[in-house]
Design a protein around this ligand. Sequence first.
Ligand code: DHB
Ligand code: MG
Length: 216
Amino acid sequence: MTATSRAVSAEHFAYLSSRTAGDDEFLVDLKRAAAAADIPAIWISPEQASLMQILLRLHGAQEVVEVGTLAGYSAIAMARALPEAGRVRTIEVKGRHADFAEDWIGRSDVAGRIEVLRGRALDVLPGLAADSADAVFIDADKESYVGYLAESLRIVRRGGLIMVDNAFAFGRLLEEDCTDPDVEAVRVFNDHMAGVHDLQSIIVPIGDGLWVGVKL
Ligand code: DHB
Ligand code: MG
């Protein structure tokens, strides 16, 4: 191993995790309720939420679009990093998940900063104006990621931030014999992303791998 490349081991991860602010009581309750409502526990980690909040704060982001609301955890985390007038528009196709998220967003400290847009993201995104967002976060069905990225590149302004979850494909990215369609879709997306020249981007090895890109 060279000095420029050090693997992030499970031990490193536990170390950094124990030194990163965790969930507050509200988010702990949200996760417990989501699990009880049979919503899959595939939300981003607190460390990833913290990194995304830092990026949004540094960026001075006001307008954020999210693809894939799930339980509302990441939308609430991102909204907390925005100024009072900021807004997260978060898209969710599953009615049951959108209902849950709206309920919990409504009870959160950032209720006024989040709108849940219902429907397929590939139908909803074309209705959002070009250059209308400072940041987009993609965290939804993997086979549509290339399409979500194309729309995100239109919606985000120049200098804006594009973040994409699961670059490590649920930890299975490098399992050579794995042909799971979601894992394959992530591989296709990662290769595509690496070739998008109007984005400066990198995979940050936090959570399940977070693509962070800036639109040039
Ligand atoms: C899984 C994790 C995710 O973050 C996601 O967006 C989808 C699926 C998973 O672990 O299965
Ligand atoms: Mg994800």
